[in-house]
Design a protein around this ligand. Sequence first.
Ligand SMILES: [Zn+2]
Length: 423
Amino acid sequence: MAEGAGEISVATISRAHKIKLDPNRAQENYFRRACGTRRFAYNWALAEWNRLYELHKQDPEKNPKPGWMALQKSLTQYKKQDDRKWIGEVAANISFRAVRDVGQAWKNYFDALKRGDRSVRKPTFARKGVHDRFYVHNGNLRFDDDGRHVLIEKLGWVRCREPLRFNGKIMSGTVSRAADGWYLSVQVDVPHIVKPHPRPGKIGIDMGVANHAALSNGEFRHLPVESFEKLIRRMRRAQKSLSRKWSGKIKRGHADRALRNEEGQLLPKSKRFIKQAQRVGLAHQRIANVRMDALHKLSRWIVDNFDVIAVENLNIRDMTASAKGTLEEPGRNVKAKAGLNRSMLHAAMRQFRILLEYKSAAVGGRVIPAEPAYTSQTCSACGHCCAENRQTQSEFRCVSCGHAENADVNAAKNILAQAEKGL
Ligand SMILES: [Zn+2]
């Protein structure tokens, strides 16, 4: 530990709790309208942003770059017209926050570009039914004494399935729609006394498709691939059946043509289609839940047993390169074991990193990122670095000193060594 070991410090940690809500009919109606207003404001702001950016490109002297604060002011003006009064029927924070979200989305995009991470896409227009949500301002969000109801601005008390888990300062809330109903995510800042880590120790982790987490001490930890596979198969079946259900007239394999009538208009969705779409949504949600559960367990085990945790700094660009492999790691991902596919691995790595960081901060540990360049072809024993060291996907054999071990464990050792340099 860099700071004096044995010291006790007080920190604030941010915790999140997602609570299922039980809105009544009128409340659910408000939720739908609020999501609609949020979507409208977001799309309005994004269109404005794009327009202003074009003007800026044409004449940078005269036209400033767009910014979310200026756009919030424009929105206030825009809302004043009579036919747009409906925007003000839900809490004003909802549309203001949507404008800010557009600014944040652009910032995330450009920050990622600077890091060389191309996985973050440009902001796109919000669509109905895709991540429907709206923001609840913290000043207007509170729970009643038994924690069974939450006060939501402009709406009143809404029933919660469970009380808020954390005691602290409520920072913000988001109401969102999932396949099985409505949820409120609450961010809470919780004061936390950090004691020295009970089991100080250092560990490096290399995450990959085959060995989900290879550790620098030679251990492997795997995510429950079998249950993923089962769930993914079930989801695919549900999706397949969905594509046949839009209208009763659709014949197998002719879904695209059959969805439109002669004039090219979309046929109405059948009741069976809507029901099946719900099933597909639930199947997606189930996969996400199982993955999250596995990541919670794995990160818990790691932060309980080690206080310095070295991980690869996520360089998504390298990982998403063609399946033939990147220049640095030829063919690493070819013929990877099925089950945890690469897009799932990326999502898992990101979530895992977030979980590791907040959990280790809570027990007095820390997470240190290491640059992933050459970690897979450098010898962890002598430091010799060349592509020939990595003979196969799983085997590392140093051409200089003869050191041989599992390639992912060797990489995990390099990740730890790199992180230690920065300590
Ligand atoms: Zn060597």
